[in-house]
Design a protein around this ligand. Structure first.
Ligand code: ATP
Length: 439
């Protein structure tokens, strides 16, 4: 298993992911994507959209504003209950999430925590302040006056932007039930201790579906969506099946809105942790919105004319956690002909580049010109093609291996004679001679 530090270091060295605001000493819990990271992240997100939206007849997209009317978060329960248990060591004043340093639930009481006799992970003492619930929503002010009336929140989940548009969608396109609404976008949580690279960030990206069903059918729809999630993780993201695990979340640990939750966990270098979740949110959200807005959230069944408030199944994916799972799976250290190398064995659909094109020698204009022709031809056909004429050929291969480029195409003097090129395969490093027209 690869180590987290190796992945973090590769990401920084090769331009995938940098610590946020690095130049000013950083900003805890934030990360910036560089050219390679953006390419990887976008591919993950567009594969998801393709799989869950474009390729299905029952799921539609929405893209809601990040800053929403604050009544959203009152109705959803986030203003009152979206919190983590915060505990402070009275000796060294370090703050921790109680459920991450002791085996207690997120709703642990001060006495329950004290009874665990947990020692401070920082100073080793056992002198704790009372556990308090810490609300994780970031606040801001909208407009030129910063007072209580202008207070707003950065959304802590994309889901509410979907729920608040449910009525708009039903009133405009009136889809058959069951149907889903999907959204991708930023979410913000003031995590008590952001950690483990992008795994627990304060600003991250979610891909969520709210799937509206007749309440009598929630169990079969839950199962179908769970199967689709596994299908996506195993066959589109190419994650190994034996590293993916379903965890039935105990009632005490479920979010305030959920009647059933399965966390899909992944074996990361940091251990087995939540990659994504699927929750049965019942009519909790639409019911709350109906109460808070005074608007009717009922759906009229097209065949039976029966009216009811749909129930909701929610598959919720975190992009950063998928990025980490994909990188963990791809990161490989091997030895070819006695030479050690690092290679990112990304699947073809996720590798930032399909081809790297280069002239054998940079200082031979005829080679450079021919290589440019090949580059333009391949870029027209595949779009994800890169050019590399830096250093010697061995260095280029090492670099392209580390960023997961599928194949390196090299133009040499024979190319000028017979229009053939050398194609080097990333995983086997074997080189074959092929006609340009076959690429
Ligand atoms: P955790 O228990 O790890 O804090 P959660 O159960 O609070 O996560 P959800 O509210 O279910 O997470 O959010 C849905 C998904 O969003 C998670 O499965 C995860 O993929 C992603 N996610 C949540 N919080 C973060 C975070 N701080 N950084 C990155 N991704 C996150």
């Amino acid at each position: 298993m690869s180590k987290l530090e190796d992945i973090v270091s590769l990401c920084k060295r090769r331009g995938f992911i940098f610590p946020g605001s690095d130049i000013y000493g950083g900003m805890a819990g934030t990360w910036d994507y560089g050219p390679l990271g953006v390419a990887l992240k976008r591919k993950i997100m567009s594969e998801w959209w393709h799989f869950f939206v474009d390729n299905r007849d029952d799921i539609y997209g929405v893209d809601a504003a990040i800053i929403m009317n604050p009544r959203t978060w009152i109705a959803s329960g986030h203003a009152a209950t979206f919190s983590d248990p915060l505990v402070e060591c009275k000796e060294c004043h370090q703050r921790f999430r109680a459920d991450k340093i002791a085996s207690v639930s997120e709703k642990v009481s001060p006495d329950e925590f004290r009874a665990t006799h947990t020692k401070c992970p920082n100073c080793g003492k056992e002198n704790w302040d009372d556990v308090k619930q810490f609300n994780m929503m970031f606040t801001t002010h909208v407009g030129s006056v910063a007072d209580d009336t202008s207070k707003a929140y950065l959304r802590p989940e994309t889901a509410q932007g979907i729920f608040t548009n449910y009525k708009n969608v039903v009133d405009t396109i009136y889809p058959d039930l069951p149907f889903g609404l999907a959204q991708q976008g930023k979410a913000f949580r003031n995590e008590i201790s952001p950690r483990d690279f992008v795994f627990r960030s304060r600003e991250f990206e979610q891909m969520e579906i709210e799937y509206f069903v007749n309440p009598t059918t929630w169990e079969e729809n839950f199962k179908k969506l769970l199967d689709s999630c596994h299908d996506f993780l195993e066959h589109i993201m190419n994650l190994p099946k034996d590293k993916i695990h379903d965890l039935e979340v105990a009632p005490a640990d479920r979010a305030h809105y959920s009647k059933r939750t399965i966390d899909i966990e992944f074996d990361y270098p940091i251990g087995r942790e939540e990659l994504m979740g699927i929750a049965y949110r019942t009519d909790f959200d639409l019911g709350n919105i109906a109460r808070e807005s005074g608007k009717n959230m009922e759906y009229r069944d097209k065949k039976t004319n029966e009216t009811f408030v749909p129930h909701v199944i929610e598959p919720s994916f975190g992009v950063e956690r998928l990025v980490m799972a994909v990188l963990t799976t791809a990161y490989t250290e091997d030895e070819i002909n006695g030479e050690k190398r690092i290679v990112l064995k990304l699947p073809e659909n996720l590798a930032p580049y399909r081809f790297c094109v280069s002239p054998l020698l940079k200082n031979k204009p005829e080679l450079v010109e021919k290589a440019k022709q090949v580059y333009n031809k391949l870029r027209d056909k595949y779009s994800n093609v890169t050019w590399d004429d830096s250093g010697n050929i061995g260095k280029r291969y090492r670099k392209q291996d580390e960023i997961g480029t599928f194949e390196c195409v090299v133009i040499d003097f024979d190319t000028l004679e017979d229009d053939t090129v050398t194609v080097r395969d990333r995983d086997t490093t074997t080189q074959t001679r092929v006609k340009i027209s076959t690429l």
